[in-house]
Design a protein around this ligand. Structure first.
Ligand code: S3P
Length: 174
């Protein structure tokens, strides 16, 4: 009998390609995909930036956590999580207990290049020193990312398809 696959949680900083890799990985593994930011935008009919500006970050975190904890109880999903998913202890417990968490790592300089032309990240808006801002956020969160990850993939010099390949090479670990 085929076993039900556990969940795969892609975690990491803004710009670490969680959404792109999630889509590709879900296709390769024939698993269903949940992108937490997209799902919250659909449910609220608001953009993430509007949720931050109109309701505030705290309300966003509450919605993110409620949605994530509920959904992570199911099995067989690839989750592309929001970069702040590791901030809540309850979310970290769900990452630990309900599947395999894969940290997609990239240097702040690389993240900066990937994010330079997007206006979608409220935590980065008004920042003309993007690399510095990303470094500050990484330094605040790195312990949480590392302790939450069952597996870490360094994506610095890779194309997205190569990242997927690297993950698939470690399939026996999830
Ligand atoms: C955030 C990351 C974003 C989004 C929100 C907050 C964060 O998701 O959830 O803007 O705190 O790092 P991505 O990591 O998909 O950009």
């Amino acid at each position: 009998m085929e076993r039900t696959p556990k969940n795969i949680f892609l975690i990491g900083m803004m710009g670490s390609w969680k959404s792109t890799i999630g889509k590709l990985l879900a296709i390769k593994l024939k698993m269903k995909l949940i992108d937490t930011d997209h799902a919250i935008e659909e449910m609220t009919e608001m953009k993430i930036s509007e949720i931050f500006s109109e309701l505030g970050e705290e309300r966003f975190r509450e919605m993110e956590s409620a949605f994530f904890i509920e959904k992570s109880r199911q099995t067989g999903y690839v989750f592309s999580t929001g970069g702040g998913i590791v901030l809540s202890e309850a979310n970290r417990n769900a990452l630990q207990n309900n599947g395999t968490a894969i940290l997609l790592r990239a240097n702040p300089k690389i993240l900066e290049n990937r994010l330079r032309n997007t206006q979608k990240r409220p935590l980065l808006s008004n920042s003309n020193e993007l690399e510095k801002r990303l470094t500050v956020i990484w330094n605040k969160r790195k312990t949480l990312y590392k302790s939450s990850a069952h597996l870490t993939i360094d994506t610095n010099d890779l194309e997205s398809v190569d990242v997927v390949q690297k993950i698939l090479e470690q399939k026996d670990r999830f």
